[in-house]
Structure formats: C-alpha cells, structure tokens
Design a protein around this ligand. Sequence first.
Ligand code: GMT
Length: 388
Amino acid sequence: MKIGITCQATAGGSGVLATELGIALARRGHEVHFVSMEEPFRLGHYEPNLYTHYVDTISYPLFKLPPYTIALSSKISEIAEEFDIQLWHTHYAVPNAVAALLGRDMLPREKQFCLVTTLHGTDITLVGSHPSFYRATRYAMENSCAVTAVSRWLSEETEREFQLSQPVRTIYNFLDAERFYARPVNRAALAGQDEKILMHISNFRPVKRVTDVVRVFKRVLDKMPARLIMIGDGPERLSATGVAKQLGIADRIQYLGNCENIEDLLPCADLLLQPSEHESFGLVPLEAMACEVPVIVTNSGGVAEVVSHGETGYLCEVGDIETMAQYALEILNHPEQAREMGRRGRAHVIARFPRDVIVGQYEALYEEVLERRAKFPHPASHRPGLPG
Ligand code: GMT
C-alpha cells in the first residue's frame, strides 16, 4: 500500500506514535510518505520504504503569520499525486485533518485518497472543542473515511462532544518493547549512589501540572535523599523552577531538555510521575512501564486504560499531592515490591499493547476503507455505515 502520514513534528506523543507507526508500516513493506513542517521528532534515521517531505511556507509582510495549513494542504495534494497515494493517515486533527481534506479535494476525483484521522487528545479536549476550531474539526471528522482515537475514553468523549454520524473506533497506542526495556544503565551522571531518582517527561504545558511534580518531590525529599530528573521543555518550565526555588529544592532538580533517546534515561528512574490534568492515553507511562519503572499518574482521561492501579503503578486524583507522595514513598521504601511492580508493568505493556497486533489493526482499517472506496467511489460515501 502507498500511505501518506501527517503529524505534529514537535516533541509529543502524537508525533511519536505516528512516527513509530510509519516505521512499522514501512518495515512491513508499505511505501510510507511523511508530510510535516520538519523532520518528525524521533525520526532521525534512514528507513527503507519511508520518505519525508517538508512543507514550504513563505513569510510575506501582509501576513501576520504564514498560512501553514494552506501550504500543508498543497504539499499533501502534490505528494499524493506524485506518488499515487491511496490512503492518507492524519494524526492530531487540528490542523492536519482539515489540511488533508483540502489537499484531497485539490486532486482530480479518480486520484482522491481515503482519509483516516487519528485523534490523540487535546486536538479534541482543548483545541478542537474550542469555538474557534469546533466546526472545522467536526467537518474534518465527518468527512474522513474513518476516525480513530487512542483510548475508549477519547472515543466516547469525541462522540459526546461532536455528535458524529460515524463511530469513533478505539485503536490503542503501542511501543517498540525491544527498544524500551530495563536496559543496564549508568545512573552516576544523574544521582549519587544513595539517592533515588524520580523522573518526569513531558512538553511542560499547563495540562501536565509540572508544579505538582515538584511539590510531590519535595515531600519525598523530606524523607529520603533523591533527585528529580525533568525531561522535555515548554511554557511551564519557569513555573517549575520558581516553585522549586520557593521550596528550597532547586539544587536537587536537573532539567535535561528534549531528549530523543529517552529509552536510555527511563531505566535509570525509580519511579515516573505524571500528574496531568488529563491524558487521553499516556504514552510516557507506557514507555516507563515497558522499562519496568513503576508510575504514579492521575486518574483522569484514558490513563486508567493504560495503568493498572496497584499492579503496574498508582492512579491518584488530580492535584492530590499528598496521596501521590505517599505512593511515591511506598514505592521508594520497598525496592523489592517496586521491582515486582516494574516487571508486572512490562508484562502488561506486552500483553495489552503489542505493536504488531496494533499495527495490524491500522492495516485492517486501511484495507476496509479502501475496499469501501472501490465499491462506492464518491468521497462522501467512503465512510463505514453510510450507504454507497
Ligand atoms: O494532545 C496532546 O496533548 C498532544 C499529544 C502529543 O502530541 O503529545 O498528546 C496526546 O497524545 C498522546 C499520544 O497519543 C497521548 O499519549 C497523550 O496522553 C495525549 N495528551 C493528552 O491527552 C494531554
């Protein structure tokens, strides 16, 4: 199959998932073309069957901001035509799905691809549901041949919020368990021998509640020597450093910025903290569990479909710093129990989120929409559930 993929190129779970999917599809023999603003985060190597194309924009004094979505749609259209792409898969609805639809409509009817849209989280919960994007997001979903979401929670949330005429299917995220595992690591660069390592990885947006990470860490530090390793970057980093200064613990925290090789860092951690306002899935806890690291997350959004409370980590209420700190101490004070929890975490990831099965679910979906198109060639009838 020839498959086009559009995703956010910046550091974030939706781009990571799209990249991993593209790589897996290319390795299964499909021809995969990425179209994005720049090289997607974590796609920094050559893969046979996989091609990247970047969107060109111009800056012109008349525009306050270059109209990226239009440039993206033109590029999608150009690449789809040049490489005869039948199936386009967009990740993160805004603006990618809208741009892909526009790109599809620029093509002659017989060259128009089927569009599959995968929702990742804030493209629905924060951005897509905002009045300035709502209609465009709904239009893109209604005119996609199929819409998927990365958790049952997000599928239900989307159906409730957007009242779509087609169901949103759940296809869970996955990872490469041969890349994320409890590999031998050298912790010495991150902490002293007697110090525990707590880790947080995110793009430091308000939804991640990074100051809660710092406050939980303070409660742990009151009881034992420890270090907090913060990976990623974003607007809330300043708030995190401010709170750490106020609490007098700034020197116990190290900020590593965006790192592509988190599989080398995660296994150093004694636990991972992700106290988000909500998470539609939680790819970072999944990566931590694959590395046998216990996780403390908030029970908000789809994370409960990923983390099993008391088995692979702990689910807490949003903002409940005291309980998060208690669970953190429980993990850190009982290393043997924590190791058991870590092992269960990895087994859970392998059993519930197997890469090959989940990539196969996407392939089956592509085949289904393409077959439907073959039967009912008009774009508006590509959607399952509609008469031809
Ligand atoms: O929706 C976002 O915040 C962006 C997105 C990203 O690119 O990081 O994160 C979402 O997609 C990930 C991959 O599917 C999920 O693991 C994250 O839980 C989800 N983030 C939120 O829902 C806040």
